[in-house]
Write a protein that binds this ligand. Structure first.
Ligand code: FES
Ligand SMILES: [Fe+2]
Length: 460
C-alpha cells in the first residue's frame, strides 16, 4: 500500500538555482537607440533559440509556415520524412522574398521574380535559361539557406547561429518542467497579433515582474495570491525564469470578504459550493486540487495524473530568454511573445495567444483570457494596430502602460531603474542581454558571484 504522504505530487516544485545578480543599470537608451537595437539583433536574436512556429500548423509534407523576426523572415517546412526544416525566406538569385503569406502547401516554392523553383528540402529544382550561367547550372549548386531547427512542446524553434548548442541544453530546467504537461496537444483559441509603439523589451520586462498586479490588474486577487511573500520566484543559469503564483482562492488581503467570480464559477465547475467555505477561504485551493484529482480523469483530463497538486490550481509563469513568456495551468497556457520591428527600436510586434487542453469527450466552451470560445472551432489569426480593439482585459491593461513608459525612456529626467527585490528578473534579463552583446554566454557563469560583464554604455 503506497504511503500517500510519499507521493511526490503533494510536494511543491523544487526551487531552481538562483544566480546572483549585480547592480546592473538599465537606462532608457536601451529602448530607444538604433545602435543598441541593431547590436541586439546581431548578438542576441541571431544567437538564441527562438520559439517561432507550431508543429500542428504543418501536418503534411510540403506544408509551410512563415514567421518574421525583426528584419528576418523564416520559412518552416514539413519534409517528406515528416521532419521540419527551417530556411531564410529569401531567393538565392537576387534576394526576393519567396513567400509573403503566413502559411500554405507547395510542391515547389516558385519565386515570383524570375521563376526559380525550390523543393521543400531547399534544393533549387528549376532556373530559367539554366545554360546561360557562366558559373554553371544553378540547379547543381544552389539551395535555400538553412538554419537550425528543433521541435519541443508542439512548437518549432529556430536558431540562426550555426554554432549554437542543442535546444534542450539552452532551455535547462524548462525542458523537464514543460514535459509534464501535454502542451503539444493543446489547441489555439485566441490569436491576436498587435503592432505596439514600444520597444520589445518593454513587453518582456512587464512579464518579468508581478509588482504591477495590484495597480494595473485590480481584481486579480479574487482568485490569485498576488503577494510576493507567497510567490515562488526562480531563475536558472540558462537565463530563463519561473514564477509560481498560488491560485484557486482569494488573496490574503481579501480574507473574510465575499467570494467573487471567476473563483465561484471555478468552484461550481468542480462541484464545490462557495457558501460551504465562508470564513475558510484558505481551504478552497486544496479542496479544488482534490476535486480535480478525483473528478478530472473521468472528465477527460487524464494528464492531471502526471501533475503536482499545486499545478492543478496554480499559475506557472515562465519567461524564456529572449522574448517568450507563458502562463501555464493544468488546463491551458497563455502565450505572450514580443518580437522586434524590422527597423524601428520604438515599435514591436506582440502575440497574445491562448491554447487550451482538449479533454476527450468535453464539448464545453473554452474559457480564454478574452472570454469564452466555442470548443473545437479554429480561431482566425487577427493582426491589429495597438488600440484598434480589445484583445482581452488583462492584456489591454498591460499594453495600456507601454506607450507612456516608452515616452518616459526618452526623457532627460529618467536616469534608470530603481527596482524592488521582486523585480530581480528584470535586471537579470538586461544583464544577460549585455552578456550576449559582449560574447559571454550565461551557461558558463558560476552562480556564486554576479556577472562581471559591465553594462553597455550610452553611445550618445
Ligand atoms: S530573385 Fe528569385 S528568381 Fe530572381
Ligand atoms: Fe500584467
Amino acid at each position: 500500500m503506497p504511503d500517500p504522504a510519499a507521493d511526490w505530487r503533494s510536494d511543491p516544485a523544487p526551487a531552481w538555482e538562483r544566480p546572483l545578480i549585480g547592480e546592473h543599470p538599465i537606462p532608457g537608451y536601451r529602448y530607444t537607440a538604433r545602435d543598441f537595437f541593431e547590436r541586439e539583433f546581431a548578438h542576441v536574436w541571431a544567437k538564441t533559440w527562438l520559439l517561432l512556429g507550431r508543429e500542428s500548423e504543418l501536418p503534411q509534407p510540403g506544408d509551410w509556415q512563415m514567421e518574421e523576426v525583426g528584419p528576418e523572415s523564416i520559412l518552416m517546412v514539413r519534409q517528406s520524412d515528416l521532419s521540419i526544416k527551417a530556411f531564410y525566406n529569401v531567393c538565392q538569385h537576387r534576394g526576393n522574398r519567396l513567400v509573403l503569406e503566413e502559411q500554405g502547401r507547395v510542391r515547389r516554392f516558385v519565386c515570383k521574380y524570375h521563376g526559380w523553383a525550390y523543393l521543400p528540402d531547399g534544393k533549387l529544382d528549376f532556373a530559367q535559361d539554366a545554360e546561360d550561367f557562366p558559373q554553371g547550372n544553378p540547379c547543381d549548386s544552389v539551395r535555400l539557406k538553412e538554419i537550425q531547427c528543433a521541435t519541443f512542446a508542439g512548437f518549432i524553434w529556430v536558431n540562426m547561429d550555426p554554432e549554437a548548442g542543442s535546444l534542450q541544453s539552452y532551455l535547462g530546467p524548462i525542458w523537464d518542467d514543460w514535459s509534464m504537461y501535454p502542451l503539444g496537444d493543446m489547441q489555439r483559441y485566441l490569436a491576436y497579433t498587435v503592432h505596439v509603439p514600444c520597444n520589445w523589451k518593454v513587453i518582456q520586462d512587464n512579464f518579468n515582474e508581478s509588482y504591477h498586479l495590484r495597480s494595473v490588474h485590480p481584481g486579480t486577487n479574487f482568485t490569485i495570491e498576488e503577494g510576493y511573500r507567497e510567490t515562488q520566484f526562480d531563475m536558472c543559469a540558462e537565463a530563463h525564469s519561473r514564477m509560481i503564483m498560488h491560485a484557486g482562492y482569494p488573496a490574503r488581503s481579501l480574507e473574510g470578504e465575499q467570494l467573487n467570480k471567476p473563483l465561484t464559477d471555478l468552484m461550481l465547475e468542480w462541484d464545490l459550493q462557495p457558501e460551504d467555505f465562508r470564513g475558510r477561504e484558505r481551504e478552497i485551493r486544496p479542496a479544488l486540487q482534490q476535486q480535480k484529482r478525483k473528478l478530472g480523469p473521468a472528465r477527460g483530463y487524464t494528464h492531471y495524473e502526471d501533475l503536482r497538486d499545486e499545478q492543478l490550481t496554480d499559475y506557472y509563469h515562465y519567461t524564456i530568454f529572449p522574448n517568450f513568456a507563458v502562463s501555464i495551468t493544468a488546463d491551458g497556457f497563455h502565450f505572450l511573445r514580443s518580437r522586434p520591428h524590422p527597423t524601428d527600436p520604438e515599435q514591436c510586434i506582440f502575440d497574445n495567444w491562448f491554447y487550451a487542453a482538449e479533454p476527450a469527450g468535453d464539448s464545453s466552451p473554452v474559457m480564454t483570457p478574452a472570454g469564452m470560445k466555442p470548443r473545437g472551432e479554429p480561431v482566425p489569426h487577427e493582426i491589429l494596430q495597438y488600440g484598434e480593439k480589445s484583445i482581452g482585459m488583462g492584456m489591454d491593461q498591460d499594453l495600456s502602460i507601454t506607450t507612456g513608459q516608452q515616452l518616459g525612456f526618452r526623457s532627460r529626467g529618467y536616469e534608470g531603474v530603481y527596482l524592488s527585490g521582486q523585480e530581480a528578473r528584470v535586471r537579470r534579463y538586461h544583464e544577460v542581454i549585455d552578456e550576449y552583446l559582449q560574447g559571454v554566454r550565461p551557461h558558463g557563469r558560476l552562480n556564486t558571484r554576479p556577472s562581471t560583464v559591465k553594462a553597455i554604455q550610452d553611445p550618445s
